[in-house]
Design a protein around this ligand. Structure first.
Ligand SMILES: Cc1ncc(COP(=O)(O)O)c(C=O)c1O
Length: 387
């Protein structure tokens, strides 16, 4: 007996089937969707995880919001983005995905809604559904840079709405929240009693930010949760340390944190070794972050240079993050193009429809792929995907 929160159709989609066929035929695949930083040839110091063996972790001190020393270290680290956060307003989770699950449980009854950007991270459909919450899309529109279509935000709000989710920089558009859009979202939240949830896991990867980008905690007018984690900030998804930084009016924040603490006490999911090691891991992983930033900058430049020789393909503006969007001629469906790229060229890219782009044809590539692999893959995508 499986609940209807999980998908009933588990059959592979056309792209997965093409990939399985290629792998079964033992043909090589250039994976331009690779987003696992531990698999792209970065240089991780062998002793980076040594702090996990600190004997201080031999004592178990269960703290639903996280160990104070770890919360202090995260708050201090957020200072890199010009944010002055009180450690009391930082809570720890094992991952950003887990933070979403906790926040949806905190804010929503079954059937309530959260507003989610479109196009954006496909996992939101799943993360909301398993919490019995409805994801109500609002639109991002591209006019040389991506901005929020505020009319679609207002249209998506109903009496069952509980929160607005923003992703900045967004996956896959690479767009950053503009301060005017932030002000407008804050007004909608204030008018309708909604929380603002800002997924800022890619904040450390600015590429071509438009003037006026603003972190969600640059305002304190409405209850706000800013999400981050070592998975992206330190290239350490396997370590399982993420955080929520809370902002907004003190009475609402205090009340909400008390309720959150009761819920988090049922899970206590962040391991003691990782919390004890947090200050050292935040410091040590800055070397990985620098490599990743150099990598995404290099690959974006190479992508733009390669596209310049293929006028029918455009790289959309990328303000930050780990991915880039290519607009390709819509002379066939995205699915046909992506399946052909896998089966005949041995290159895997994401079709735009995975992220709910409002029209075709787009493909999405990861910018953290090793440079020589990236260049070879992009050359094949452009040769095949151009008109
Ligand atoms: C926008 C966004 N948020 C959250 C996550 C998940 O992060 P975590 O590994 O901390 O769960 C991802 C992973 O790709 C992401 O792209």
């Amino acid at each position: 007996m499986i609940s209807s929160r999980l998908p009933s159709d588990l059959s592979p989609n056309a792209v997965s089937a093409a990939l399985a066929w290629r792998r079964a035929a033992e043909q090589p695949v250039i994976d331009l969707t690779e987003s696992n930083p531990t698999r792209v040839g970065l240089s991780y110091p062998a002793d980076l995880l040594a702090p996990l063996a600190d004997p201080a972790a031999l004592v178990y001190d269960p703290q639903p919001l996280g160990l104070w020393t770890a919360r202090e270290a995260v708050a201090a680290d957020l200072g890199r983005h010009g944010l002055a956060i009180d450690p009391a307003d930082v809570t720890l989770t094992a991952s950003t995905s887990e933070a979403y699950a906790l926040l949806f449980k905190l804010f929503c009854n079954p059937g309530d809604r959260v507003l989610v950007p479109q196009p954006s991270y496909p996992l939101f459909d799943h993360l909301t559904r398993v919490e019995a919450v409805e994801a109500a899309p609002y639109l991002l529109e591209y006019h040389g840079a991506w901005r929020i279509d505020l009319a679609s935000v207002i249209h998506a709000v109903t009496p069952r709405s509980r929160a607005i989710l923003v992703v900045s920089p967004n996956n896959p558009t690479g767009s950053c929240l503009h301060r005017d859009d932030l002000a407008a979202l804050v007004q909608v939240c204030a008018d309708h009693g909604l929380a603002l949830i800002g997924d800022e896991v890619f904040l450390d990867y600015p590429l071509d930010p438009a003037p006026g980008a603003a972190p969600v905690l640059s305002q304190q007018e409405v209850l706000t949760c800013a999400l981050g984690g070592l998975s992206k900030a330190g290239g350490l998804p396997q370590v399982k340390l993420a955080w929520i930084a809370w902002g907004g009016p003190a009475p609402a924040r205090t009340r909400t944190l008390h309720a959150y603490e009761i819920m988090a006490d049922s899970y206590l999911s962040v391991s003691t070794p990782v919390q004890v090691a947090a200050p050292a891991l935040l410091k040590g992983s800055s070397a990985i972050r620098e490599q990743l930033l150099g990598r995404v900058r290099r690959n974006l430049e190479a992508l733009r240079a390669a596209c310049a020789a293929h006028p029918s393909v455009t790289t959309l503006r990328v303000e930050g993050g780990w991915s880039a969007v290519l607009r390709v001629p819509a002379v066939r469906t995205e699915e046909e193009l992506v399946v052909t790229l896998v089966t005949e060229e041995g290159v895997l890219v994401h079709p735009g429809y995975f992220f709910d782009f409002s029209c075709e044809a787009f493909v999405v590539v990861s910018l953290i792929v090793a440079p020589s692999t990236f260049d070879r893959g992009i050359a094949r995508v452009l040769a095949r995907g151009g008109a």
